[in-house]
Design a protein around this ligand. Sequence first.
Ligand code: 6R9
Length: 567
Amino acid sequence: MMSTVVTRPDPVAAVDWSNAENALGYRPGDVINIGWHCSDRICQEGRAAKTALIWEDAAGASRTYTFDDLRVHSNTIADFLAGLGVQPGERVCLFMDRIPELYFGFLGVLKMGGIAQPLFSAFGDESLMTRLANAGTTAIITQRKHVAKVRKIRAALPDLRHVIVVDAHDAPLREGETAFDLDRAPRVERFEVFPSTAETPSVLHYTSGTTGLPKGAQHVHYSLISQYLTAKVVLDLKENDIYWCNADPGWVTGTSYGIIGPWSNGTTQVVLDSGFSADRWYAFLAKHRVTVWYSAPTAIRLLMREGAAVAKHHDLSALRHLASVGEPLNAEAVIWSRETFGHPFHDTFWQTETGCIVITNLPGMPIKPGSMGKPFPGITAAVIDPKTYEPCTAPGRVGLIGLRPGWPSMIRGYWHNPDGYARKFVNGWYLCGDRASIDPDGYFWFVGRDDDVINTGGHLVGPFEIESALLEHPAVAESAAVATPDLVNMEVVKAFVALKPGITGDEDLELDIMNFVRKRLSPLAMPQAIEFVTSLPKTRSGKIVRRVLRAQEFGEPVGDISTLMDE
Ligand code: 6R9
């Protein structure tokens, strides 16, 4: 019988992590620093004058930077941080819109040996607070428009010694805040890059699970090996490509494939710091003659909703390779993109924890629309039986996605949470928390998450964080946050709320609660619907059973409810 442990897709059977080590000139024990590899090394290879970044904002302002600019600007920020006394190993949070300083700052933090902690600028003060407190962050680099959120929580963050504002210009700052202006700062041509080695911590990304607050996924500099190779092979990056990854670096896609992957390959990339608009996006693709585009299913569904005709107004003939990540890529989206752009979106599956693409449709591999493809060479993936924790041998059986640990970009732990990390491993497999099946040809088919995490528009939000925020609202006694279906975002947050005695729920209260969560957490975490209930389904030990509510929302069978409390 055919085994459903799949290790190698056919088209690139010769690809191996050692290819990346050789290409990057890395030998075990060498110094390896992502910041240096993405800038200085490219310059040393004779590509200093090559364009690294073309940046544009919502208003149409645009700036272009070479790899030498990347080198010098990241040096300048690294030198500035070191000058403030920020030490190697300390966490430096990047809390900015997608402005050039975010990208240079990311490389600069890594160059001085700090741990880069990127967070979405859309986060409210409570989301920010949770993550800065957990990481014991020393410095935060932000913009004037976001500094108020930092001010609100600063007194509760004793480790936060430096608040750096990149666009203060001559506006007054508060005591303990420091202005940094890249255009005015003396250019630092030479900076002694921190001699990090393979296991030196590099990036800390916060990701949501079912229980507890978000966990800090801790990456190391050696992750570069995986990110370099998967960007080159899966995204098919070539010397003359113009590459666009429309992910924000607050999300792992925006760092692994919005900074490290492309720049370690010396690829020119474009960044659009602006919200979604089909016309704007197509105009951007056309203007810059983008050749490789890495996007996400929700964005693709939004484009589909606008209709193929909008695309026809723009010259998208430069596009040659499309890829997608973050949520299930439905078959219709693959077929639509083939018809509209002449190229199908290639699905890629991975996680904050994996650091790189692990299951994918490689370029040249026949695509089965709706399937995630096969494991990347060097990754051993299987569907694990949830009872025996052995790989399912029968094709088509649904089980848990399991990966054999040990590839370069796998996280080395959750920050200050070794137990949480240990719980992800069973019987020698790292369990992703997702369910899938494998067909007789070895293609993986995503089925759903195996926990209560809500995937809204490709962003994971944890029910615990939302419920904690809900409980702070004066009218709320108890709550459960679950996913409810949505045409564009696939899932959105719905909250079931039991009110305190004497309070009745009405539309005003509903809006008030929604805004309350939006301000504290983020627009994505905000419940799009609130249902007032008198009680919530619970286990006999008093735990709220979200899966019952979720199943109702999706019209699915509720499953075994024999342990639920009879209310
Ligand atoms: C990169 C990233 C990881 C979770 C993952 C799964 C979902 C990601 C997917 C996908 C179906 C795909 N996911 N890619 N589901 N098809 N191609 O998304 O990281 O934010 O940690 O999310 O996202 O549920 O476990 P992260």
